[in-house]
Design a protein around this ligand. Structure first.
Ligand SMILES: Cc1cc2nc3c(=O)[nH]c(=O)nc-3n(C[C@H](O)[C@H](O)[C@H](O)COP(=O)(O)O)c2cc1C
Length: 224
């Protein structure tokens, strides 16, 4: 990939954190330009700097550049959605489900797909004290708010911001998880790891408008 003067300038100077936060968009169309390995490493490095529970860094990233693999993954997602569409109980939502097909499977159009894996937060309280008192994994997960996945969420956001700052487009995707067991089989993901998101990465081939957000006053409650 030839670097534009703007991108070289960004790499030299860095991008203001607010520009990255406010300038990032979910990008769903990419050019075929390859992403240099060095850039992918920088993006993963940024992900790994995220705040995370107990600094356990319960994340792992699969960098998928093989189209044959991403196409098999795409087929897995389409098949899972078609199965859901065929359920008698899905009748009222058939049109909605059809509209989800591209939104859950376009990742294969990007030159790189990052599969994000997470494993549970492991502490004496979570894995010894609470189970010994009779709490199930689900009870503990609900009580504790799943610090493992919260940590991975922070890493994904760092990844999106870093990629944007370097001139790349990404989209955080959980839609494909409708086919999680099949995707995990293709990617050879085994316990305790779990696939939590896919992040396609590439040079943007579209410039999406910002999507609206609720005003601060609507999402905040002041407790003085
Ligand atoms: C957890 C999560 C899952 C998402 N899953 C998908 C997805 O499967 N497909 C998709 O097209 N976008 C997905 N998105 C992107 C959102 O649709 C997008 O962030 C939102 O509409 C706001 O737009 P913006 O990112 O451009 O600000 C997901 C975002 C998050 C945080």
């Amino acid at each position: 990939m030839t670097m534009s003067p703007e991108r070289i300038a960004i790499l030299r100077t860095g991008v203001d954190v607010e520009e990255a936060i406010y300038g990032r968009r979910s990008v769903r169309k990419y050019t075929d330009a390859p992403v240099p390995e060095e850039d992918i490493r920088r993006i993963i490095q940024a992900a790994s700097r995220a705040a995370n529970a107990g600094n356990q860094q319960m994340w792992h990233f699969l960098i998928i550049r093989n189209k044959e693999v991403t196409q098999r993954m795409q087929q897995e997602v389409i098949t899972a959605l078609q199965e859901a569409m065929a359920w008698e109980s899905s009748r009222p939502w058939e049109t909605h489900l059809k509209s989800r097909v591209r939104g859950s499977s376009f990742f294969t159009e990007a030159p790189v797909v990052i599969a994000v894996l997470s494993k549970p937060y492991d502490t004496v309280l979570d894995s010894q004290v609470l189970p010994a008192h009779g709490l199930t994994f689900q009870d503990i997960y609900d009580l504790r708010g799943d610090p493992g996945r919260q940590s991975v969420g922070a890493a994904i956001q760092n990844m999106l911001l870093a990629a944007h700052a370097m001139g790349y487009g990404t989209c955080w995707m959980c839609g494909p998880l409708i086919a999680r067991p099949g995707l995990e089989r293709i990617l050879d993901v085994t316990e305790p790891w779990r696939l939590v998101a896919l992040v396609p990465l590439g040079v943007p081939a579209e410039t999406p408008n910002p999507r609206p957000r609720k005003p601060v006053e609507e999402i905040v409650t002041w407790i003085d």
